[in-house]
Design a protein around this ligand. Sequence first.
Ligand SMILES: [Zn+2]
Length: 317
Amino acid sequence: MTRNLMRRDINYLPGIEVEEAVEIMRHCFFDDTEVETQEYAVSNVEEFQQRYHELLKYWRYERCLAELYAGSGNTVFKYYGRCEICNSIQALVVDYQSAERGDGPRHPNWRERLICPNCGCNNRQRFIAHIVFQNYQPGMRVLMHEQRTLIFQQLQKELPQLEGFEYMGEGFASGAYYDGVRYENPSKCSYENDEFDVVVSNDVLAHVPDYKGAFAEVLRILKKGGRFVFSVPFNANSMTTEIRALVKENAIEYIAEPWYHPNPVEGYPPMLVYQIFGWDILQQLKDCGFTNVYGKAYYGIKEGYLGYLPLYFEAQK
Ligand SMILES: [Zn+2]
């Protein structure tokens, strides 16, 4: 692929703000329907790659945006987008926090930034809200595999009955409280059968050694027809889940270099990444008893769901 799509000779005219240039660029790239949030069902490497290439316009837009930001000499930017939580247009904040520094212009970490100044939620969290609202009807019971997060607290304002827990690793008792936090092991939880209409899990299952057991538990606690929506660290170019560590006879066997994420609850040890998921999880979910199992690629210009090309997953009991 050539890089000549990106102009190196943009002149920054005095009086033209970066934010205005972004607005003009949006109109050059997209018509009114293309700026709406789009979702595409994908179930394997080929379908993902096909979508990836069909939707390259979004990738190009994102690259131009990064170039425009980098060329402006500023370090903080406003991206005008609609926040699902606040239900209004907000000046979403983009900067270079947690960005990788490579060759060429710097690229913001789109997934973790684009922060709403009103509710404080980032791109990823605002999209979770989008998914929860999409699946929610009054009276439903919704469970999240998280409780201490900003997104949980923001969603709880809208859905007062929202339930959640934290998984701080193995070796605690499901249903018990530690430092005021309800603990559940997603693969051995204490909920009754058929309790929930929706279960939402965001980037937790990579840390659960028995992740197939966690799938089975979600199925068990969902009502018939209930939905499981989740995101995980995922290799969209791999059909198989990469097992990085296993638990054998109560000891951890490391297959790849140990890789840790911070514990969601302060004061607890970092969380080992046991696996990076691949497309085989769709079949594993079906084998477990789920139906309507999909990967969904999505993108949203108006809402600022950038970071080409994000994925989430859904399955139904
Ligand atoms: Zn907001």
